[in-house]
Design a protein around this ligand. Structure first.
Ligand SMILES: O=C(O)CCC(=O)C(=O)O
Length: 289
């Protein structure tokens, strides 16, 4: 048995009206294949270019170690020079990733290489974020803290994206006081005996290639696997669905601080308790007890 995943619809070009009516309003994902062909970034952005522009910068890195009470919510695992990291990416598979990094703050010239698409949605100009991954590296299934509408542009190769709408949260073994699914689940090849509720989850899948744009609606779960080394940029527009904006404020200003406090007070017990709670709660809700 496999996960119930349909291909994310693809379109070559899109008009503002079509984007709003067919995707933003109904909150459906889409891949726009040729949206950014006129960007300088489309022609220029690869690992060598990033090395040239930002090789001397020190960057925060994450690997695939499990969440632990030794670290704060989303705290990086190590740091190195960007040029060293790019060498590592080129050498072969590595689990090291850059996550949610605002490189534009330090290398503002990169901002000359793109424009914000005119798609009838207002994007936050200060928040373009970059993500890098080595061949085979995986980003745990999660959704974003601000529940934003996201355009995600990919460069230098290919990565697999698995998405689930927020309606499927109840099947995904969501960790309480966090934004992620149980990190022991292998979404590439899930063990349904161990995670039976996953059988009911309906989602989407696609391989995103250089220059393609993925639209992820508000609060969509996503899990990425880098098929080749590469990087992506996300731009975001605030949550518009009625309850999502207050939920985003809660996540940013209450949830992550409460979680950090409990990590400090209870240590690993808090993490173990949450992981266990996710399993019990999900199985119970779905009648697998
Ligand atoms: O592809 C990645 O490395 C992570 C992307 C991601 O999680 C995001 O855009 O929120």
């Amino acid at each position: 048995m496999k996960l119930d995943l349909e291909q994310i619809p693809r379109i070559q070009h899109i008009t503002k009206a079509q984007f709003l009516k067919e995707y933003v309003e109904p909150q459906k994902p889409v891949i726009i294949e040729r949206l950014i062909e006129d960007w300088q970034a489309y022609k220029k952005w690869d690992l060598d270019y990033v090395d040239k522009v930002a090789g001397h910068k020190t960057i925060p890195l994450y690997d695939d170690r499990p969440v632990s009470s030794d670290r704060k919510f989303n705290e990086a695992h190590t740091r190195m020079k960007m040029s060293e990291y790019i060498q590592l990416l080129k050498k072969g598979p590595t689990n090291y990733r850059i996550f949610l990094y605002n490189l534009f703050k330090e290398s503002p010239e990169l901002q000359n290489d793109f424009t914000y698409p005119d798609l009838g949605v207002k994007f936050m100009k200060k928040m373009p974020m970059l993500f890098f991954g080595g061949m085979g590296s995986k980003v745990v299934m999660h959704y974003d803290i601000d529940l934003a509408n996201i355009l995600h542009f990919h460069f230098n190769g290919e990565k697999q994206c698995i998405l689930f709408p927020p309606s499927e949260s109840k099947y995904l073994y969501k960790i309480p006081h966090a934004l992620m699914a149980h990190e022991s689940i292998d979404f590439g090849n899930p063990d349904f005996d161990k995670w039976p509720a996953l059988k009911h989850a309906k989602g989407y899948i696609a391989n995103l290639k250089h220059g393609e744009t993925l639209y992820m609606p508000e609060g969509f779960w996503h899990q990425m696997t880098y098929i080749t080394p590469g990087f992506s940029m996300s731009i975001r527009s605030v949550a518009k669905k009625k309850l999502n904006f207050p939920k985003a404020l809660y996540n940013v200003f209450v949830m992550r601080h409460t979680d950090n406090l409990l990590r400090k007070m209870m240590g690993q017990k808090w993490i173990d308790y949450k992981n266990n709670w996710a399993i019990i709660r999900t199985n119970k809700k779905n009648g697998f007890v």
